[in-house]
Design a protein around this ligand. Structure first.
Ligand SMILES: *[C@@H]1O[C@H](CO)[C@@H](O)[C@H](O)[C@H]1NC(C)=O
Length: 160
């Protein structure tokens, strides 16, 4: 009986962990993250983007998206996630979702441009995005039917 409960507990936890990861591959969010990452690193590889811009704190704030079978409490799960395309996309989407669809540029919509600023600067949305990043974002955006941005899409900072 005891073994049975241990097994059930393990199974429930396993299902719970597995469900954390949504399949975002080939969705609009995936496209957005490709452009966001390209803007951030100038590189089209998400693993590179993760190396440069996602630390373990960021990953935890994203809700520690975890590959099936991995334990979210272990640092190894963070490293495993950072080698997986879908897990990286889940991490960036999860992190930027922390800010309640904050409309960083006050244009009335929450979209990829807001997510880029949240990824780079967190809830303060940052000041200007530097020109190289804007240029790279727009190159990618124009190839992927995303709205382009300007470097000074300012509006406000989040309530402090
Ligand atoms: C980790 O990422 C968070 C969120 O982007 C950032 O606030 C923090 O400064 C970073 N920590 C280190 C040690 O780089």
């Amino acid at each position: 009986m005891k073994t049975f409960f241990v097994w059930v507990t393990f199974f429930v936890l396993y299902i719970h962990y597995s469900e954390q990861l949504q399949n975002l591959l080939n969705t609009d969010l995936h496209t957005c993250i490709k452009c966001l990452c390209h803007a951030r690193t100038g590189c089209y590889r998400r693993t590179n983007c993760a190396d440069y811009s996602i630390n373990e704190t960021y990953w935890r704030r994203a809700g520690y998206p975890t590959l099936p079978g991995d334990n979210p409490n272990s640092g190894q799960s963070y490293r495993n996630c950072m080698r997986d395309e879908n897990c990286i996309v889940n991490t960036i989407v999860g992190y930027t979702n922390n800010f309640n669809n904050l409309d960083c540029n006050c244009d009335g919509v929450y979209d990829c441009r807001d997510m880029l600023k949240l990824h780079l600067y967190g809830e303060q949305c940052g000041d200007k995005v530097d020109d190289d990043r804007v240029r790279r974002f727009n190159n990618c955006a124009s190839q992927n039917r995303l709205a382009s941005m300007s470097s000074n899409e300012l509006c406000r900072v989040a309530a402090q």
